[in-house]
Ligand binder design. Sequence first.
Ligand SMILES: [Zn+2]
Length: 253
Amino acid sequence: MWYIVSIIFGAIVGSFLNVCILRLPKEESIVWPGSHCPQCKTPIQFYDNIPLVSYMLLKGRCRHCHCVISFQYPLIEGITALTSLILFMKFGPSLSYLFYFLFVAALIVVTVIDLYHQIIPDVISLPGIGVGLLASLILPQLTFLDSLKGLILGGGSLFVVATLYQWLFKREGMGGGDVKLLAMIGAFLGWKAVILTVLLGSLIGSIIGISIMILKGKDFKYAIPFGPFLSLGAVIALFYGPSLINWYLYLNR
Ligand SMILES: [Zn+2]
């Protein structure tokens, strides 16, 4: 029963994340006005705005102008619902569940916005740093010192790399957005997991980046955003961090 509630809660939050993804890059209000069709601008009624369900009932089209509604909406709702269920199964009905769900929800928004716009909004990462630090005072998984070390190590290490890169190559390789994002990840997960996040994010990012270069030819010049890979690394660190760190220590005994 509670599992179903966590799925429904996740889908509703996912619906809100879609609004954030659409409006935060345009610096629009995320609460007003209500949702409307991007094509015919008709406001969407509450009965057509039920996460996942409405998309299926309307077969992915606007009720009024029948334009195709992006598959991204149900996709984000589905991913968020699944995230909520998995975290609920891991942490049960607890504050830990709520904090980590908020954390992953923020990473979902960051990932999609960074993919489309190559920016990471400060309105997510900066309050996220504060929430992570505060959460460490309550959460049993994390101490305040661990969270603070994670913040400094995460933000600090990328800041040094970004500054060195800019000084050496006279152009910006990594944005300040990535620095603030990794500081937020460090504040939520602690210093060990933030190291793991950077390692995993760089590894996955390099594999994908090299694959794209091979597929598209070496004159491929698009900057590949780092935020989605850091986010993916952070999610892996959240779920498998302790086992990965133990495995590493075991190998190096
Ligand atoms: Zn329409």
